[in-house]
Ligand binder design. Structure first.
Ligand code: ZN
Length: 176
């Protein structure tokens, strides 16, 4: 069966992966506090998703992050896919497929499905920022050369370049 399903949830997946940013040298968690977590859900998915199971959403995020770091097996994502199916929707041009998931983990399921789709459509392009000392963000490299190394060129890219320049100068001065 050939099902054509657009990966519309790449943004949601990335937003979920990036709920643990490093702020002033500390790794934070935007889903740790329920009030902040529900605000995050409302912002990224809309009020209709406020029935989401926060614990499952957090553990799914943790697994997805570990998968990007090659520190987990996909089987750990199974809880997010319980009761999930695709339902046919008939339209003017034929049949489309809609993800159907229990209300308690619709977002977790969508993120997992988006992650899986990326493995096929853009293998290896979902990565962690290489500025690992200061940054815990993830990105999808859409560049033609597939050579992006940072969550953002203007942020971590420039900081890493500046640091390397400084270290090169320091090393040069020591050996001189
Ligand atoms: Zn970064």
């Amino acid at each position: 069966m050939a099902m054509k399903i657009a990966n519309v949830d790449e943004g949601l997946l990335l937003a979920l992966l990036n709920t643990t940013p490093t702020v002033a040298g500390q790794v934070t968690d935007r889903l740790a506090d329920p009030e902040e977590a529900y605000a995050w859900i409302a912002e990224h998915a809309g009020d209709e998703h406020l029935a989401e199971d926060l614990e499952l959403l957090r553990s799914t995020r943790d697994t997805l992050q570990a998968l990007v770091h090659a520190q987990a097996a996909p089987a750990a994502l199974a809880p997010a896919l319980r009761g999930v199916s695709y339902q046919p929707v008939i339209g003017d041009t034929g049949i489309g497929w809609r993800l159907a998931a229990p209300r308690a983990h619709t977002l977790a399921a969508r993120a997992v499905v988006a992650w899986d789709a990326l493995q096929h459509t853009a293998p290896g392009r979902l990565r962690a920022c290489e500025n690992t000392d200061e940054c815990t963000l993830f990105y999808v490299d859409h560049s033609k050369s597939n050579s992006a190394r940072w969550c953002s060129m203007s942020g971590c890219g420039n900081r890493m370049k500046a640091r390397r320049h400084y270290e090169r100068r320091k090393n040069t001065q020591i050996t001189d």
